[in-house]
Ligand binder design. Structure first.
Ligand SMILES: [Zn+2]
Length: 355
């Protein structure tokens, strides 16, 4: 494989093996250097000199996909539980079930407040991506018009609200537009950042749709089944479309670590999960890069919550700039790092250098 092929993800244009969600899996990729950001290393060798505010050497982009805020108990299930309590005459349970049905309460453990508390300890800020779905759609869990307290908490912490595109969005520009407009109406402000639910992504059309809809950045691009650097990048970049033969006017903040990738897909034990995160942080720090971390708001309890805290503590000790996607992209552009990067790629395109 050549560096240019890895960077442009050429293999994904003609991939015949995808997983059940239409995603390009790591196991089908020819990228066998997933823990080494080989393209970023090349950029550094050829003139990219990134720096960050406050003389920080690298950045950690903290992100949360808000899939669920309420307990996922359907009305049917509630009715069933109620009926069961009646049969067994468990009055306490019956009243609990009825109450839950009548008064919909955000699960306090899923409330973003927990997350923001951890981040405040390390003077960090984060981006949260919200699903913008209607009741009948797959994985609908909350109505944007009912969660103003969550938006207020995020605004108070100077966090960012972005769009978490639903199951049907990555392939469909009008669906993304509709979801974006609905979220913007709910928060009264424009939305800059995007991440797909389930990390559903089509190379390069999802980027092209987001570019057309004036998103500033996407941060979906990582393997669901393996942490690391999907196209060898640990810096923000403008994707190159091999179809349009042009760089796209959108920035990708490549996703490096998703919480459940560590335990669900990679099967790492608790010590291994932290070890891999530390190694990836060390690698990104060494390359003056940006490590994008995805931690679901539903994973702030027990071991996952402790691990999130431990990762932030470690990154903080290494003096990472920990902030939102939006801030990182703005800083990257203000310092013209995207221009420098593009120029180096123009050269690389013509040099058939092997990985
Ligand atoms: Zn999701």
């Amino acid at each position: 494989m050549e560096l240019w092929q890895l960077f442009t993800a050429e293999e994904e244009y003609r991939a015949s093996l995808k997983d059940r969600y239409g995603r390009a899996p790591y196991w089908a990729s020819k990228n066998r250097t997933v823990f080494t950001p080989v393209i970023s290393e090349y950029l550094l060798q050829n003139g990219l000199r990134p720096h960050y505010p406050g003389n920080k050497k690298f950045a950690v982009c903290l992100t949360h996909d808000i899939d669920m805020l309420y307990n996922n108990i359907s009305r049917k299930q509630l009715a069933k539980n109620g009926a069961k309590s009646l049969v067994t005459l468990n009055l306490q349970n019956l009243s609990k079930n009825l109450q839950a049905g009548l008064r919909k309460r955000i699960n306090p453990h899923f409330h973003i407040a927990e997350t923001l508390k951890i981040e405040k300890k390390y003077e960090a800020k984060s981006s949260s991506y919200f699903l913008s779905l209607s009741k009948e759609e797959e994985d609908f869990n909350y109505d944007l018009s009912e969660i103003s307290e969550i938006f207020d908490a995020i605004a108070k912490s100077n966090g960012e609200v972005g769009l978490h595109g639903g199951h049907l969005a990555s392939n469909n520009i009008s669906k993304i537009r509709q979801e974006k407009e609905k979220l913007e109406a709910a928060i009264g402000r424009s939305v800059d950042g995007y991440r797909s639910h389930y990390l559903k992504f089509n190379t390069p059309s999802t980027w092209e749709h987001l570019e057309t809809l004036n998103f500033k950045y996407d941060t979906t691009y990582g393997f669901a089944d393996c942490a690391g650097f999907r196209n060898g990048m640990c810096h923000p970049f403008q994707p190159y479309s091999l179809e349009k033969k042009a760089f796209l006017n959108i920035v990708e903040l490549p996703l490096v670590i998703m919480d459940n990738t560590l335990w669900k897909y990679m099967n790492l034990n608790e010590a291994g999960q932290f070890e891999l995160c530390k190694q990836l942080i060390d690698t990104v720090a060494r390359n003056n890069g940006v490590l994008t971390l995805l931690w679901h708001n539903t994973q702030m309890q027990g071991h996952p919550g402790l691990l999130y805290d431990a990762i932030l503590k470690y990154a903080n000790e290494k003096e990472a700039w920990m902030t939102t996607g939006n801030e990182i992209v703005d800083f990257w552009k203000e310092n013209k790092f995207h221009e420098v990067t593009k120029n180096i790629f123009e050269e690389l395109k013509n040099n058939r250098l092997p990985v």
